[in-house]
Design a protein around this ligand. Structure first.
Ligand SMILES: [Zn+2]
Ligand SMILES: [Zn+2]
Length: 106
């Protein structure tokens, strides 16, 4: 709903167009302003197993694989069964340097 900046009364739609017009002073404006698009703030759902910063560092086996974030070539890895039992077990890697975690899609 918009109001006339001059008379402070409600603008009405003019017939045959989307313009808004003040019935009193004939002020008109185009109805081109669209409501702001809702920003999607939700993080993409992740089924990563979240590990604490230092958890498992000495326990998990390491593998030689390149981290796409920092280029480090060593990561720890572990297997994780995803929610549904009929899905194959997923392999996860975590960079030993920057702790970037990713999964093996292969
Ligand atoms: Zn007006
Ligand atoms: Zn890294």
């Amino acid at each position: 709903m918009k109001f006339c900046p001059n008379c402070d009364i409600r603008l009405k739609k003019t017939s045959g167009s989307t313009n808004l017009e003040c019935p009193k002073c004939q002020y008109s404006e185009g109805d081109s302003t669209k409501p702001e698009e809702e920003k999607i703030s939700e993080e993409p759902q992740s089924d990563f197993m979240v590990l604490d910063e230092n958890e498992g560092k000495d326990v998990l086996p390491t593998i030689e694989i390149e981290c796409e974030k920092c280029g480090n070539n060593q990561a720890v890895w572990w297997m994780l069964q995803t929610r549904s039992a009929d899905e194959p077990t997923t392999q996860f890697y975590r960079c030993t340097k920057c702790s970037y975690t990713w999964r093996n899609y292969a």
